[in-house]
Design a protein around this ligand. Sequence first.
Ligand SMILES: [Zn+2]
Length: 81
Amino acid sequence: MGAARKTRGAARAESTSPAYQRPQRTWAGLGSGALCDLCHRPIEEHQIEYEVELPAGAPVPVLNLHLGCYEQWTTSEPRLA
Ligand SMILES: [Zn+2]
């Protein structure tokens, strides 16, 4: 189980790279308790959860992100004020 988790974690980390910042589709809903792929904390029931469908070829098909993490991810291109 440990090894599988590690592999999945690595794939998920890669899938939050800037290369996938233009996802195919996103859904927003109430948190399901899934772990956020960006901050790795659970998305609680009282929080908004974004499900992000990645393009074909991405390491994982879907990401789960907090609303704030989703915004951070999609706007994380270098844009210094
Ligand atoms: Zn998060």
